[in-house]
Write a protein of this length. Sequence first.
Length: 390
Amino acid sequence: MEDGKPITTGKGVTLAAYLDQWINKTLKQRVAAGKIRESTRLSYADNIRLHIVPHIGDEPLTKLTPAKLRDWISELQQKPSSRQKRTVDGTDAPLELLSDRTVNYCHAILKTALNAARKEELVSRNVAELVEPPSGKSKRGTFLTQDEAHRLFTAAMSDTWRVLWLTILGLGLRRGEALSLRWEDVDLENGVVNVGPSLQRLRGEVDESTGRRRGRLAVVDGKTEGSTTMVAIPKTLLAELRDYRKTQETQRKKAKVWADAGWVFTTRYGTPIEPRNANRAWAALCDRVGIERRNGLRVRIHDLRHTAATWLHGQGVDMKAIQGTLRHTQLSTTSEVYTHLTVEVQTKAAESMDGALALLSKPRPEQRPVSKRRYQWPAKAASTRQDQPA
């Protein structure tokens, strides 16, 4: 009061109670105002329910300290992940802990919530700003070599999913972006496609009586404004899409039920493809061909996007152009996360450096000049002026 600061009114309110109000009232209003997406709100709610409330939810809002938050972060870093991975042969992989990215995300959620509490004068400071979380950098994915890709697409020659895999690879798309494509977005005459929106399964609210969540498929806008753009289609992929459309038309005419003729990639009933079913089909293909990594983990559909960036880089395409193809906001994401150095690229770099070093190296004995004199002074040029001796 002596400092003229507002008196906080959050005394006696637990962090869990405040976060419940923040998720179900404050953020719902922001969703209605178009400030954030409903999927973002639900993601916040899930992480609060799983990783914040069970650890520090009983703490009074006004008594949170940096020391308590540091202990909370340490607990999260030792917490097993709910998504334990399995190797290709079905055995359990080593125990997976929560990733640094998840811990960083939980810290960011709490910091955002406490910022709102400070604006409402429930707390006098945001203690989350005084605690540093893990870096939370994205893990580098993997990519397919030319040989692996040849084996995969040869095995998928008669596979109904083949054109989907080619589209993701040829255009560098995300899974949801490819699944959301409609024929009105694809200009087969001019060889361009409008990409950006994404087909996703949105998670609904948890039913308290059953504990289950009911979701729904929906096409959502791209991650950023730059996500939506026109992309040129490679000629090989363009020919595949033309043949695929003819085949789909034949299937549609023979089908007893076809829900919607607009989707590019559909089920046999003309409905959009469930994203998880695409994951299962890709995993089955990789298992059939025997594509895996040293740690026994699978190659993901999203790694086709990594493959696209790596192959373009190997062909000498400028990094800025690759960024535009993948529609990344930051060039560092393209170069540090999605572009992988192949042996071919490293060999080209070594050859280029060899050319530069050759100019600096000492001449070998067989390359020394034959002349006995090591250096000859150039002859003096005659003066053009008549009044000076030559």
